[in-house]
Design a protein around this ligand. Structure first.
Ligand code: ARG
Length: 244
């Protein structure tokens, strides 16, 4: 009798572990140097995007595992199936759309210029950047935008923190960065100021492999639900992302 019970127990354990293996797990890539969308707090990856993907995964009934990697490694990792989804304040650009699909837009941002508050560089718009040394982060839309301006001495950094540090230590005259992290940095460092520009609006969206159309649809449906039930609005408020 005991033996039979033991066998049954073994079979059940096996079945359960098989089941949980079967439950689809999604590998979600981000780059947690982009407050308030994703950043590290006491060793944990937190932020608007993390809460959003968490809510989405509850709705679509899939478990998510977050991977924190360099921003310019995200798209290659998605293509090579190391990731299934990217949520990283990523702008849905036409260039990226050639390789991946994007969800519906979940946030609108734009590029801004960060300066030292005591700088005498006279930078007021993008037109003032030629002749200046400007820090950008490798692969960000800010990198693309600044690289297109002739005569700018561009320095590319591996992460947002490194670019801001170089600015503070006057190694570059300015850093071009997305509006929300730029304002965050300025609000946390009195020695930094942010200049709004007339740069085009950028649409943040979640990225998928081209062939994963079903997953894309599920996520879009979940986004719609969250926008309708107030949860999305609540998260915007939580991270001070509501604009007047
Ligand atoms: N929006 C910019 C882009 O798509 C910057 C995104 C950076 N995101 C991050 N999680 N580090 O290129």
């Amino acid at each position: 009798m005991k033996k039979i019970l033991l066998k049954l127990l073994l079979i059940f354990t096996f079945m359960f572990s098989a089941l949980s293996f079967g439950a689809e797990k999604l590998f979600v890539g981000t780059n947690a140097e982009f407050e308030p969308f994703e950043y590290l707090k006491d060793g944990a990856i937190v932020g608007f995007d993390m809460d959003l993907i968490n809510e989405i995964s509850k709705i679509i009934g899939k478990e998510c595992e977050i991977k924190n990697i360099a921003f310019d490694g995200l798209l290659p990792a998605l293509q090579s199936k190391k990731l299934d989804i990217i949520i990283a304040g990523m702008t849905a650009t036409d260039e990226r759309k050639k390789f991946v699909n994007f969800s519906d837009t979940y946030y609108l941002a734009q590029q801004m210029i960060v300066l030292n508050s005591d700088a005498k560089t006279n930078i007021k718009t993008f037109d003032d950047l030629p002749g200046k040394s400007v820090g950008v982060i490798l692969g960000y839309t800010g990198d693309v935008a600044v690289s297109e301006i002739k005569g700018v001495n561009v320095t590319r950094f591996n992460g947002t923190g490194a670019a801001i540090m170089a600015l503070k230590s006057q190694k570059v005259d300015a850093v071009v960065l997305d509006s929300e992290p730029a304002t965050q940095y300025a609000s946390q460092n009195k020695e930094l100021v942010v200049i709004e520009t007339d740069a085009a609006k950028e649409e943040y969206a979640i990225a998928f492999r081209k062939e994963d159309t079903q997953l894309l649809e599920e996520v879009n449906k979940a986004l719609k639900i969250l926008k309708e039930n107030g949860k999305y609005q609540e998260l915007l408020k939580k991270y001070n992302l509501i604009k007047e």
